[in-house]
Design a protein around this ligand. Sequence first.
Ligand SMILES: C[S@@+](CC[C@H](N)C(=O)[O-])C[C@H]1O[C@@H](n2cnc3c(N)ncnc32)[C@H](O)[C@@H]1O
Length: 420
Amino acid sequence: MRYLNFDNISVNEDWAFDKVRSIEQWTHGYHRYPAKFLPNVVKKIIENYALPELPVADPFAGCGTTLVEAKIHGFESYGVDINPVAGLIAKVKTKPIMPDLLDSYYSDLINQFDLYAESNLYNIKKHDKLDYWFDKKEKYKIIFIYSIICKIDNNDIRDFFLVSLSHILKNCSKWLQSSTKPQIDKNKKPSDSFILFKSHTQMMIRKNTEYYNELLHSSNLDILCNMTIGDARNTNWASNSIGTIITSPPYVTSYEYADIHQLTGYLYDYFDDLKQFRQKFIGTSYSNKGSIDVGSLLGKKIVNALFAKDPKTARNVACYFNNMEIVAKEIYRVLQTNGKACIVIGNTTVKNVHIQAAEVFWEFLKKAGFKTNEQNIIKRCIPCKLMPTIRNVKTGRFAKRTDPNIKEVYPNEYILIVEK
Ligand SMILES: C[S@@+](CC[C@H](N)C(=O)[O-])C[C@H]1O[C@@H](n2cnc3c(N)ncnc32)[C@H](O)[C@@H]1O
């Protein structure tokens, strides 16, 4: 039996973008986000493949890179993500605010910092887990900033400052920032929340002004960007309504988005029970209860190879594939006839088994009814600075370069372009 294999596709240097355009352009640098799109990739996809005048959508919208670029390029856009932290970031990044208004709210907010008194906050109840991550002094400052932001009467401006606060939480806590796993950094001296909040917000304010002026100039200021919290397997988008899907699905058992965003999640009361919340995410290593039968020949082969080594991981991967098959059907449903889906996806290695997520998803796209042509698979190099490229071969987790058991993962990724 011959299985699909994209290894022989040559890397297309036109999609490398190691020196083009800043990743901080427009609002893209408001908040860090794991495995976020390189804006240049989305820009080029829009310029080459987006169907004119029709909406662009991203069912794994994350922090909203597709939506920001769609707006800059004059396209209406829709985004869905299961992660409420992503929802907040993407909403704010796509919503330019009149600069003078923002300045005035910022001054009012900062002036209130003089009123800070730790003892006034002792009665505010927040999730106990925050005590694990924050020194007491910093925790109260954070809760203070949060409580004064919450009193702001303008929703867009309140959310703008909430994104700034969310971004600085890790710097102001004991979180080990070089790790993709939540763990305490014993040697860390957390940053001062007031100082960091001011400097990060000032950067965001400058970027908002550039973004606002660009959109004003191109008359794209009021173009619709609709970001909602939802499930890529079952969006509420109408059938045949979207011109172009541009998306990058989660990787399997790599990033635990729920865990990574727990500081914001607990502070903003987005969730209470992390265990339960994790289950909603495709690609999590906490979901291993489903069937190990997979609707792809290659997928079955991968799951069987893993099963012999580690049944739990095999179940995670089977569950991932089964979810991704549902996603393929869903994006077929929402696209118009002749609409295009552009999916940025990488392969990886877990427990020494090559997980060809790209090839398996290609199979699912075909099964869902898409017209596929292998000429429309672009292979690109991922710049190392954007994505951890090494894993511990024993645990399968992302690792430091100093770890003796490391192995390169995701050196390349694929852009799969298919048509309904
Ligand atoms: C690779 S990231 C996408 C990053 C995005 N392209 C960006 O630029 O920020 C994958 C995203 O899938 C989301 N996700 C995981 N399971 C999901 C589900 N069932 N429905 C919708 N989104 C989901 C994660 O929260 C994460 O934001």
